[in-house]
Design a protein around this ligand. Sequence first.
Ligand code: DSN
Length: 424
Amino acid sequence: MITPLEQYDPQMYELLRQEAARQSACIRLIPSENYVSKAVMAATGSCLTNKYAEGYPGKRYYEGQQITDLVESIAIERARKLFKADHVNVQSHSGAVANLAAYSAVAAVGDTIMGLALPYGGHLSHGWKVSFTSKVFNSVSYEVDPETGQFDFNKIEELAKQHKPKIIITGASAYPRKIDFKTFGEIAKRVGAYHLSDIAHISGLVVAGLHQSPVPYADIVSTTTHKTLRGPRGGMLMCTAALADAIDKAVFPGLQGGPHMHTISALAVALKEADSPEFVAYAKQIIKNAKVLSETLMEKGFKLFSGGTDNHLILIDLRSKGIPGKKLSKALDRARIETNYNTIPGDPAKPFNPNGLRIGTPAVTTRGMKEEQMKIIASLITKVAENIDNEEIIAQVGRESLLLCSQFPVPEHFIIPEKRFSLI
Ligand code: DSN
């Protein structure tokens, strides 16, 4: 059957087909990526892309909202139930926009915000100097101990007392350990700051009960929806009832126009999937896999930031190997192992040429890989690192990666088979 896309734009069809094939023929270890289900994909590519819905359910600026109001209300209710949040806003187009909306809901231009420094695992949008957030707000950064990977709460409280931030931001983009949101929340209360917790990376682990939820300890919680939560690309905000109005106004009309209703419908589907015993089992396996992968890498002589992981993510410190992160990530890419180079706390190297490699297990776990396969993956990574300038061996590892992928095809309900690649 020739699909509409194939017929109208064969070049784009071919590129998408090749990307689907690439995603299935490589070991995807970027910790912020995953495979969404066909159900989520179908909602993303649905007729809701045609619809404007500025406003909120029951209060829109366009007519024809009979269906969109229901779709958005269902997404909100599912998220409220799953995260046990007082109020949810599902309209943010991304995590960075969700964070900006949270700042603008409770802080004024020039106020101080305090988040984890980017080279220590924080996110750009947590006030890092190249981000617009640091131009609008006065930004102060805290750090994490480069050796232990722990937060020094006394030091963080001192910093907060000194700078009197309006918002303390918790959460990270490259942090392999559990975060004590409760203690951060207590510090925020003592210094009179709002507590915003960004759980983009770990929201799937939070809903599965495998990581402390910040919801009871934070005024606002932000997340992306496409990482461990395994939904469509987008952002979401949760907050106390007291901040509901301010958050909604900050997202629309404060920062955005029309919400992406196709994404919101797909988010509703993903939230339904996440509210299941199967999802809890999936999230448990993500962590088991990350633990075995990290232990095997250490046995093979790799140094890991903080000496391991409690979540889905591993930061490899390559300084002892003398291989720059970018060189290894590019060699791994040629060997069909997809990772990203990253800074390591305490590493003076610049983010564009750091000495670390960031890997994670959400996508390979979706493929059904388990502990045994993590050991194989650790061996493949080691072989590439030990033969970084030997293209023949790298190509051989590529064949081994392909073999492993062929034994763990992306489950049928997660991938769009190439010949049936059709947009509903
Ligand atoms: N979401 C971040 C990541 O962890 O990949 C990038 O912004």
